[in-house]
Structures are given as structure tokens and as C-alpha cells.
Design a protein. Structure first.
Length: 274
């Protein structure tokens, strides 16, 4: 699904699904790495069932924001609430108390994260990659989880790969397994960090097709990507980050045809004519 192919894609009808209450609320978030101020007072709200695409130049802070939502990075200021959790903290007597790693891990169960480099376990089969976390972490029944894993493999178009090992799969197939593995934990929100950037061009569409399918089934998704065709086809909102801040936030039809920020105009002129 390349930009060139996608110029004719119709904007997604916003009235086909009913969006719920906010399920991710980011308020005034700050994050620095040393002297590098990466996130500058970022605020953003995502509703249940909504698909939000975040784009921007390399270094704009978009992947860091995703990692902060999932508490792979701790924030320096502000608040992140996701899937009913105050991420990284608990409130006691009106004060915030930082959580231990084991407590953060429990919060993370409700968020599924898909990285650009798959991160599959190379030494176990596809079905074991998918079933490992629900069985070990959630202590669920092995046979039940395996049946669900097979259903997930059918859903991502890989029903015949359950006994394969990651090295036997193409990059696109590995990424689809990674999506199935994240879904196996039954997350309330799915986070995608440039899920197609490590793939050969011919494999990109097979991963994006799975993501589009997920979006139509009501999964809440926050997607960092340069795939503007996906943004047109699946996003309810497209957000542009620039220099650690949100500078544009609009439905795809407005984002692509009538942006308000000069940063968006410049970004689109570069990426759409790349």
C-alpha cells in the first residue's frame, strides 16, 4: 500500500462506527533525554474504537510518545492515563507514587505494542510465540490459548505457519505474527511503532491490510507511520508532530487537503512526492 497507489483511496466514512469515551488521555507530557527535550507539553486524547495515526519527521518525538504511553520510557512531567490506568503511578492520599517494574508490567497487559523489528523469540515456533505470554503471565489454560492463537493466525492470514520458526518467515509474515502475539493478550489499545519501516515494499501491504481489518473491527489503535495511504484508509484522525509538539490534528480528509500548519504542508509535500 504505497502512497502512489493510494491517491484514489476514499476517506474513511466517519459515521460507520460509534466511538466511545476517551481510553487514552495524555496531558502536558514532558520527556527529555539529557539536554534533548523530546516531548514538550504534549496533550492528546484517543477515544475507544478510534484509530489515530501520528506522523512527522524523524526526531519529532512520535515514537518516544508511543513508548511513554506503554511505559517503556518514563515521563518527566504530565500525566498519561490508558485503559483505566495512571501509567507508571498510583495515587495515594492525593499524591502520586511511582510504581515498581512488576506493577508497571501489569498495566502494560492492557496495551499491545508492535515494534518495527518484530521482536519474535527466534528459538520457539510461531504458535509458542503467540501463546507464551497468555499462558505464563495470565496463567491461562494452554489448550484454550492455543485455539485462540490458531484463530489469530487465521485472522492475520497465516493459518499454515503455526509450527514454523521466525527464521523461516518473510519480514511481512513475522510482523503479522507479532500483531497476532500482541492481540493474544486481548489488549484494550494497540500501539504500532512504524510497523512497516523494516519491510521490503512488496510486504508492506500484507501488514497494512491486517491493520485496516483490525481498525474496522473496533480496535483502538495509535499508529506511528509514514504510510499515508493507511492514514487515508483507516484513520479517524491524523496528527503531525514537529519538534516534540503536536502541530496539527485533523480528520484525514482535512489533514491531506486543507492543513492549517505550515509544518504539515511541508511534510506532505515531501512525503507525497517522495
Amino acid at each position: 500500500m504505497t502512497v502512489e497507489q493510494d491517491q484514489e483511496l476514499p476517506p474513511r466514512p466517519s459515521d460507520t462506527r460509534t466511538l466511545g469515551d476517551p481510553i487514552v488521555m495524555i496531558e502536558n507530557v514532558q520527556k527529555s533525554f539529557g539536554d534533548n527535550h523530546v516531548l514538550k507539553d504534549v496533550s492528546l486524547s484517543v477515544r475507544k474504537g478510534e484509530v489515530v495515526v501520528i506522523c512527522g519527521r524523524s526526531g519529532s518525538g512520535k515514537s518516544t510518545l508511543l513508548r511513554c504511553i506503554d511505559q517503556l520510557e518514563s515521563i518527566d512531567g504530565g500525566t498519561i492515563r490508558a485503559a483505566g490506568h495512571l501509567m507508571g503511578f498510583r495515587e495515594a492520599n492525593g499524591k502520586r507514587v511511582a510504581l515498581r517494574d512488576s506493577q508497571i508490567a501489569k498495566q502494560q497487559r492492557d496495551l499491545g505494542m508492535v515494534f518495527q523489528n518484530f521482536n519474535l523469540f527466534p528459538h520457539v515456533s510461531v504458535i509458542e510465540n503467540i501463546t507464551m505470554a497468555p499462558v505464563r503471565i495470565l496463567k491461562r489454560n494452554v489448550a484454550e490459548v492455543r485455539e485462540e492463537a490458531r484463530a489469530l493466525l487465521r485472522r492475520v492470514g497465516l493459518p499454515d505457519k503455526e509450527n514454523a520458526y521466525p527464521r523461516q518467515l518473510s519480514g511481512g509474515q513475522q510482523q503479522r505474527v507479532a500483531i497476532a502475539r500482541a492481540l493474544a493478550m486481548k489488549p484494550q489499545v494497540m500501539l504500532f511503532d512504524e510497523p512497516t519501516s523494516a519491510l521490503d515494499p512488496e510486504m508492506i501491504s500484507e501488514v497494512l491490510d491486517v491493520m485496516v481489518d483490525l481498525s474496522t473491527q473496533g480496535m483502538t489503535m495509535i499508529v506511528v507511520t509514514h504510510e499515508m495511504g493507511f492514514a487515508r484508509a483507516a484513520a479517524d484522525r491524523v496528527i503531525l508532530m514537529h519538534d516534540g509538539q503536536v502541530v496539527e490534528e485533523a480528520p484525514p480528509e482535512k489533514f491531506f487537503t486543507n492543513p492549517e500548519s505550515e509544518h504539515t504542508t511541508l511534510f506532505l509535500s515531501k512525503i507525497l512526492h517522495h
